[in-house]
Design a protein around this ligand. Structure first.
Ligand code: PCA
Length: 232
């Protein structure tokens, strides 16, 4: 049940993850969205954030269709999309989406593209207007290992990001749009151990460390939703 006091202001946020794809048997972005609370209050404010989530099929057609359909149902202030980037060791705030489909592997429905535009004749790249270096400062200040990335790849994550930034430009409907690539929990755990992160002290086994890393990513996503919800 969603609770609301009369003096609180509510901001809606849509947060999406992807199902497993390619050689990956699970996708941390899915596990993160499944662990997020339905709503949370931002401390020391009267702001309540309502969180809707979607787990998207890793398919060029179905993924954006599902997001657009959900966007048409409610007035969202923020759209935060998550996806796995296998090779990374930190949480990446993506700055750009490219107008390109250049898949190294087929998507989950067998679609494959080799360097074709998503929208013919449109901008080569779109950029989020969120102040990413400030967001990174805030997140690092809370001990989340975060980086700004200038390349979201050329597969489905890049593609939904391009669609979403274009949708924001065309409709003006969203205040914030951001794509966040997350690492594998065990990679983030390694980063946290190397940084002697306080969260890792009590985790003795590799499995316990991965669980902690996943929890930390979920908290980080909540911080990103907080940041976006506070922006005017
Ligand atoms: N990562 C892929 C697609 C789904 C996901 O989680 C990507 O980076 O495009």
């Amino acid at each position: 049940m969603r609770l609301k006091t009369s003096s609180s202001r509510t901001e809606r946020c849509l947060i999406t993850g992807f199902d497993s794809f390619g050689k990956f048997t699970s996708n941390p972005s899915q596990r993160i969205v499944e662990s997020l609370p339905e709503e949370f209050k931002i401390p020391r404010t009267n702001l309540l954030v309502e969180v809707d989530t979607l787990v998207l099929p890793t398919c060029c057609k179905q993924s954006w269709r599902a997001i657009r359909n959900q966007l048409s149902k409610n007035r969202y202030k923020s759209l935060i999309m998550l996806g796995l980037s296998g090779g990374r060791s930190k949480i990446s705030l993506e700055r750009y989406a490219l107008n390109i489909r250049d898949y190294g592997i087929p998507d989950n429905n067998g679609h494959r593209y080799d360097g074709t535009p998503i929208y013919k004749g449109e901008s080569e790249a779109l950029k989020t207007d969120l102040p990413l270096t400030d967001l990174r400062r805030v997140l690092r200040g809370k001990n989340f290992p975060t980086e700004v990335s200038n390349f979201a790849g050329s597969f489905i994550c890049n593609e939904v990001y391009y669609h979403a930034l274009r949708y924001k430009e065309e409709t003006g409907a969203l205040n914030s749009v951001l794509f966040v690539h997350v690492p594998q929990p065990k990679e983030l755990a390694r980063t946290l151990v190397e940084a002697q992160h306080i969260n890792m002290e009590s985790a003795k086994s590799a499995a316990a460390r991965s669980t902690k890393a996943l929890q930390l990513m979920t908290e980080c996503v909540q911080e990103i939703a907080t940041y976006c919800s506070k922006l005017s």
